[in-house]
Design a protein. Structure first.
Length: 304
């Protein structure tokens, strides 16, 4: 567990301090592998078998390498392999960089392009759509950061690659040529992997944000779905994030009123959508810190 914590911190540091390393996060080989396997399997292959073959073989290779390096030479090769795999599976784009690009865009056209990068995979979010930007930040955090992080903490490099490849299999460049059943299998697998991630993110958000607002939104979302079949939906995280950001917006408005009454200069008005987006990003950073603190507590408790 201590090695896991050090690997996470080191991978985060390298990802921000050595920007060229992020250019190595390329998954074209996986798209080509999916295309090759699809030609061999044909459209009639069972979805479970196709998923097991296309996803299982790369994971088998990583799992065997992870097992072979475990405990060798004081654990140093295994540790280096873990850091490399986590650094590779993180992202692939830096979430904070994409949020900063939206915030600092010089004009509306540039801002819309930056929002497209933030939302990802062709999702359309308008520049004045504050709830949409909040959802884009939290969805990006789940897919780029926390999904990889949770499964890395549970399964090591195997888990990090499992999540990343499952996510890549649902995107347009891969899912576009997969048969319906095969693409649906990837979406279902990703939903299963995402569900515990979103639950833990919501729990951390309640602790680092407004507990009452997050809990009320979480309960309201589940109450609205009462009677519907369980489908691993993560919409409760978007509802909780929006409630927490709205609470922060109300606090800021109240503070501005107090500043004006006290004769202080009022801050320059910024678009509400950008304020909500930046608030969401600040909450995401707090969630990440909370996760690392919990991991450090496990280390201190002796789970090594």
């Amino acid at each position: 567990m201590s090695a896991t914590l050090i690997a996470v911190v080191l991978a985060l540091f390298l990802g921000h301090a050595v920007a060229p390393l992020t250019r190595l996060r390329r998954y074209g080989w996986f798209v080509r592998w999916l295309a090759l396997m699809q030609q061999w399997l044909g459209s009639g292959a069972a979805s479970a078998f196709a998923l097991l073959l296309t996803l299982g073989l790369p994971l088998l290779l990583v799992g065997c390498l992870q097992s072979a390096l475990d405990g060798r030479f004081f654990g140093i090769p295994g540790f280096v392999f873990a850091v490399v795999m986590l650094l590779y599976c993180w992202g692939p784009r830096d979430l904070d960089v994409d949020v900063e690009a939206v915030d600092e865009a010089p004009d509306e056209a540039a801002r819309q392009r930056a929002i497209g990068q933030l939302a990802g995979d062709g999702r359309l979010v308008a520049g004045d759509d504050a709830p949409g930007l909040v959802a884009a930040v939290f969805s990006g955090a789940r897919r780029r950061w926390f999904g990889v992080l949770l499964w890395f903490m549970l399964l090591g490099p195997f888990g990090a690659l499992l999540y990343r490849l499952a996510e890549r299999g649902t995107l347009g460049d891969a899912a576009g040529f997969l048969p319906g059943a095969h693409a649906a299998a990837y979406r279902h697998l990703l939903a299963i992997l995402d569900w515990p991630v979103a639950q833990l993110m919501a729990l951390a958000l309640a602790l680092v944000g407004s507990f009452d607002a997050v809990y009320a939104a979480w309960r309201q979302w589940h109450a609205a779905r009462h009677g519907q079949p369980f489908d691993f939906s993560t919409g409760f995280l978007d509802a909780a994030a929006l409630a927490s950001v709205q609470q922060s917006a109300r606090h800021q408005a109240q503070q501005q009123v107090l500043d004006i009454e006290a004769g202080l200069d009022a801050p320059t008005d910024a678009p509400q959508s950008l304020f909500w987006m930046n608030t969401a990003m600040a909450l995401v950073w707090r969630i990440l810190v909370a996760w690392l603190v919990v991991l450090a507590l496990f280390v201190l408790a002796g789970y090594v």
